[in-house]
Write a protein that binds this ligand. Structure first.
Ligand code: NAD
Length: 282
């Protein structure tokens, strides 16, 4: 969408106090109204009148972009720019894994796109015991392993639910993070969660999904959590700390770097799926 960014402030509005010209910054992409019920009750990341950078405003696939002051995130100058540029999706991964309280637990992540592989790294650093990843694309299964997954499953060749049962001695996982938007992955993930466990949904299905709520959620006492973006700015503090203190290795996630003018090459590669994050450099 053109909303994951790191750059330098070259101009600022006369009343902007949060940054100075020359500062190294990134940006949150949710532009909250500041006045609705959600904004006034500490949930501005799910603002009722939300605008999104790169969707409702011009994005950052350009040499210069305008960022709202509310969204500016001053970076520590010691962080490499390419890592600073993916703090926004790292925040998606953090907010998806965080409600799982994964320390000491077995975790399933369905979908190893860029955000899914970031979630593998987050689950690892948050102390998960066994991380199982389901992903049809071989390239991305490899990335998941590089980021610290213990087991990878190809759901096109193996039954996800049976595989998870085998890998968890028949118990199922304590927590699942659905990061593909695929309905089969969502249904399989829900069935793979042990009774009393929880599941967080980040992936966006294109259409309505029907679930067996009686058997798979209600009678199992499962907690299902929807994730939108990142909490502003608690999640950013976590992401920035993990990067600065080198608690998470983002090297495997950034698989390609191109000059900005080669954006089409980057888009085609992204469509092919044989990549992690592709960084475009102006
Ligand atoms: P992506 O499309 O690059 O990755 C999705 C991955 O899921 C792909 O690697 C694909 O091969 C895999 N997949 C497809 N079918 C599968 C199946 N049956 N089982 C397991 N994996 C399967 O997307 P991304 O950038 O990594 O983002 C992940 C998801 O999160 C997307 O659905 C995206 O739209 C969504 N998203 C949501 C938010 C939010 O605020 N809720 C924010 C960012 C992204």
């Amino acid at each position: 969408m053109g909303h994951e960014v790191a750059g330098k402030v070259v101009e600022k509005g006369s009343r902007v106090g949060k940054v100075e010209i020359g500062d190294f910054v990134s940006a949150e992409t949710h532009i909250p109204c500041g006045y609705c019920y959600q904004c006034e009750t500490g949930k501005r990341h799910i603002c009722k009148d939300m605008k999104i950078l790169g969707v409702h405003t011009d994005g950052v696939f350009a040499d210069y972009a305008v960022i709202e002051e509310v969204d500016i995130w001053p970076n520590d100058p010691s962080i490499p720019a390419e890592y600073a540029s993916i703090q926004e999706p790292l925040g998606n991964a953090i907010d998806t894994i965080r409600p799982g309280n994964v320390a000491g637990k077995n975790v399933l992540i369905t979908g190893a796109g860029p955000v899914g592989v970031l979630a593998v790294g987050v689950a690892r650093v948050f102390g998960a015991t066994k991380i199982i990843v389901s992903e049809p694309n071989r390239y991305r299964r490899e990335l998941a392993l590089e980021m610290g997954a213990d087991e990878v499953i190809n759901p096109l060749e193996n039954n996800l639910i049976e595989s998870v049962q085998e890998l968890t001695t028949g118990v199922g996982v304590d927590f699942a993070a659905e990061m593909s938007g695929n309905d089969k992955a969502l249904k399989g993930a829900l069935k793979s969660v042990t009774a009393g466990g929880s599941i967080a949904l980040l992936g966006l299905p294109d259409e309505e999904v029907s679930l067996d709520l009686t058997s798979d959620l209600i009678f199992k006492g499962i907690n299902m959590i929807g994730i939108t973006g990142r909490e502003m700015f608690r999640t950013w503090h976590i992401a920035a700390r993990l990067i600065k203190e080198e608690r998470i290795d983002l090297k495997p996630v950034i698989t390609h770097k191109f000059p900005l003018e080669d954006y089409k090459k980057g888009m085609d590669l992204m469509t092919s799926g044989n990549c992690g994050k592709i960084v475009l450099i102006p």
